[in-house]
Design a protein. Structure first.
Length: 266
């Protein structure tokens, strides 16, 4: 992918999509894996920073549930969602093409994402490879559900930039609050949010403000986020209904909750 791909995107190749989502294979049940859940919750409590990311994913995967399936059905009810399901663009490829992102204007969403990724060592494609290996059932999914799983996974880091929350403990906690109304991994989020509040990683007021921001925001999983990358961040936020972080969080318990270079502009 190069700069012209991001700024003058051609329609991705269309895939064969069943006339009805009911024609897809039935989703496999995803019951709670209690032993795996207990083991990874213990890792999170231990605070080993080298294991926290994998443990957090494993907690979500072990809790199971049908959050992805609800996203699939909701996307199938909207025109933009059906278009994404038919074309299945790779958000991971767009986010991992750092040379193309670097060529975008400084104020663009894509350029801000690049700065965020470099600072935190984020590689979207490597993240997918890791999570495919840890997933209980990714390799058993049909192509449509695999695409959606990948998209929901890499959207998390792009949402950091859209919402303005840094990849710090307090920033991650705020993003989980923001994500709750969007119903991403909805079984795990209440546990993560409660744990964050009890351990003081986020204040109650900031948690409530984060949830309210997510409620006011348009439903992001059905949005063609690749097409927003070349656009200035502030207009993108307005188009998606995301209020600026400092407007939403007037008095923060943890100032490191916000991405520094974005917060400094406000």
């Amino acid at each position: 992918m190069n700069i012209s791909t991001l700024t003058q995107r051609e329609k991705p190749e269309r895939h064969e999509l069943p006339a009805s989502l009911e024609a897809l294979p039935s989703p496999a049940p995803r019951p709670i894996q209690w032993k795996r859940l207990r083991e990874n919750l213990a890792i999170l409590r231990g605070g080993d920073t080298t294991k926290i990311l994998d443990a957090a994913y494993s907690v979500g995967d072990s809790i199971g549930g049908m959050s992805d399936e609800r996203h699939l059905r909701r996307m199938g009810r909207s025109k933009t969602g059906r278009e994404l399901l038919a074309t299945r663009p790779s958000l991971a490829e767009a986010l991992s093409d750092h040379s193309a992102l670097a060529a975008l204007p400084d104020e663009s969403l894509g350029h801000h994402f690049l700065s965020f990724s470099v600072r935190h060592g984020i590689d979207s494609m490597a993240l997918l490879e890791s999570q495919h290996a840890m997933s209980r059932d990714y390799l058993k999914l049909d192509p449509v559900r695999q695409w959606l799983s990948d998209r929901l996974t890499v959207m998390h880091d792009l949402w950091h930039v859209l919402a303005g929350y840094d990849a710090t403990p307090s920033g991650e906690s705020a993003l989980m609050c923001f994500s709750l109304p969007q119903r991403v991994n909805d079984r795990a989020l209440p546990i993560f949010i409660l744990t964050s509040a009890v351990t003081g990683q986020i204040g109650i007021r900031d948690a409530v403000r984060g949830i309210r921001r997510g409620m006011r925001t348009k439903y992001l999983p059905e949005k063609p986020l690749e097409e927003f990358l070349p656009q200035p961040l502030d207009p993108v936020r307005r188009a998606l209904g995301i209020t600026p972080p400092r407007v939403s969080h007037v008095q923060m318990k943890h100032p490191d909750m916000l991405i520094p270079d974005i917060a400094a502009r406000q």
